[in-house]
Design a protein around this ligand. Structure first.
Ligand code: GLV
Length: 320
């Protein structure tokens, strides 16, 4: 079997793949392969294990060839993969749901706290030598107890965020036409959610429906003291509209774990704003979570190569 793995993934998964397929080809650089390199290296492979940094489209699947049996991504999101093209070719796609739910919800809360209580601004203030006395009005932020948290997208991660919010005595509402209430969170239409929420946390996958969903109109409906947190995908937010809203103080702050593009160019105007906190796509970045993601990705790959059903398959219709 010919296999290409697009980066050195954590040992938990890598060791398992190597046990089964000692001759697998692994891209060993820190930076992802370029498009040309990727198209070249996938030629003739039976299995591909990729990350969210690789664009896996019809051209790439055809470059690999008709023997391609499985595409396994070490991510829960699959917006970098043309799922319809894979399904049309009968290729199952594996992803890694579940194991990163808690870590990502933790990150949403870390951003919520850091933004509401101005942790990064405070840290910079100290380093810049500006801390001269205890000041009753210095860097005042927002409270959690009694505040309303609006969760947009109430899947696994959105619900894990709601569960955490209970511990802070927050009122939680969510917008997700397909989800059932859980963890004391109540459903709301989007307009109500934006009008009533002090914090808005985004947990929808990136699809054609959700692309740029957080646009000027969305932001205009948010409260002027509210904070936007995004740990889903950068493409869900219209960043130019967000810049305008933050600059004009139409909302209090934003905290982003994801941007479009990634990495965010250092001259992006969002980086000029003190009320915008940005971290480099760290939602699932805990040791254990990444170990488990690599294991699930390896298990999907191996199952696909053996012609077995993937333990976590995005397009199960290929089995019909
Ligand atoms: C991370 O963003 C993932 O989709 O796993």
């Amino acid at each position: 079997m010919k296999i290409f793995i697009t980066r050195i993934i954590p040992d938990r998964g890598l060791v398992l793949v190597k046990e089964h397929y000692p001759t697998c080809d692994i891209w060993s650089a820190d930076m992802p392969p370029s498009r040309e390199e990727l198209l070249q290296r996938v030629r003739g492979v039976d299995g591909l294990l990729c990350l969210l940094t690789e664009k896996i489209d019809a051209e790439l699947m055809d470059a690999a060839g008709p023997q391609l049996k499985v595409i396994s991504s070490m991510s829960v999101g699959v917006d970098h993969i043309d799922v319809a093209a894979a399904t049309a070719r009968g290729i199952p796609i594996g992803n890694t749901p579940g194991v990163l739910t808690d870590a990502t919800a933790d990150m949403a809360f870390a951003l919520l706290f850091a933004s509401a209580r101005r942790v990064v601004e405070g840290e910079k203030y100290v380093r810049d030598g500006k801390w001269e006395t205890w000041n009753p009005k210095l860097l005042l932020g927002a409270d959690f107890v009694g505040a309303t948290l609006g969760i947009v997208g109430f899947g696994r991660i959105g619900q894990a965020v709601a569960k955490r919010a209970q511990g802070f005595d927050m009122r939680v509402i969510y917008y997700d036409p397909t989800a059932q209430p859980a963890f004391d969170a109540q459903p709301a239409d989007l307009e109500t959610l934006l009008r009533e929420s002090d914090f808005v946390s985004i947990h929808v996958p990136l699809t054609e429906k959700t692309r740029r969903m957080v646009n000027a109109e969305f932001l205009a409906q948010m409260k002027s003291n509210s904070i936007l947190v995004n740990t889903s995908r950068g493409g869900v937010v219209d960043q130019a509209a967000l810049y305008d809203a933050l600059k004009a103080k139409k909302i209090f702050a934003a905290a982003l774990d994801v941007t479009d593009p990634e990495p965010l160019p250092t001259d992006n105007p969002l980086l000029e704003l003190e009320n915008c906190l940005i971290v480099p796509h760290l939602g699932s970045a805990s040791q254990h979570t990444r170990d488990m993601m690599s294991l699930l990705a390896a298990e999907n790959l191996i199952a696909g190569l053996k012609g077995e059903r993937l333990p976590n398959c995005v397009n199960p219709e290929v089995y019909k």
